[in-house]
Design a protein around this ligand. Sequence first.
Ligand code: PBG
Length: 310
Amino acid sequence: MVRENILTPADLIWPLFVTEGEGVDEPIATLPGVSRWSVDQIVHRADDAIELGIPCIALFPNTQADRRSDDGAEALNPDNLMCRAIRAIKSAHGDKIGVLTDVALDPYTAHGQDGLVDDAGYVLNDETVAMLVDQAVNQADAGADIIAPSDMMDGRIGAIRKALEMNGHNNVQIMSYAAKFASAFYGPFRDAVGSRGLLKGDKKGYQMDPANSDEALREVAMDIAEGADSVMVKPGLPYLDIVRRVKDNFDVPVFAYQVSGEYAMIEAAAAAGAGDRDALVLETLLAFKRAGCSGILSYHAVHAARMLNG
Ligand code: PBG
């Protein structure tokens, strides 16, 4: 009766990695217990989510090396891995599951940056935004419910909103990765999408300095003004203070991404006998609710939902 916050499977969004082939279940070494799955298997994972009461899955493609290029053009291919996965899930499950898709070029570029780069390796903001707009429309055409730009370019939310509306996708939502920090917690994710070995330099030119908090509020304010339906803070646990400030200052739903390195950290702690895995998972996820999150992206979503369902 005196619990102020509760965690339910409806709070969870499950990130999934898609790969080519059929019947493929490919474990990711730095993300123990998480696999890349081929499209047919992803449809089963969507089944699992529905059965457990998880309302939404987030898709990330592991694009084959020979489909990557400097300009990331594969992101605009209507038959790319991402679009095939979206269509397969939507034709199997319709509205029973929400599909959130990642907008950024890093799964498609040969250099692993989220955008187009000049000869010196600097990311070109406006040229990149033009690509992201087409990428978002491509995903919406395939059936995505929520477009989630994770690239951190300036002005992309407004441009994507306009393009979605011009293309008849008025009901497609935008969840902006508004406060995304240049973090050391993204390593396993980059393995999962295959960009880690490719990435030259870092992403500090467009991701936020972990020292900053007021800047996060400015980023969030801009994205909301440009038309974001909800915003995200990322990584999660080390940035709960940011979540709380966003929650107190804005009236759109705020989500957090408990990222790959956070997942790996919990798994490593449990494997070393430093803590109880189940308890660590439930406590950390509940902490996001307490901080003000409307929902949490977590690789522990299925494990947590199983526990919560009893
Ligand atoms: C990049 C992107 C990243 C994540 C989601 N989208 C990593 C990065 O910025 O390099 C990280 C998610 C995770 O670590 O689980 N567009």
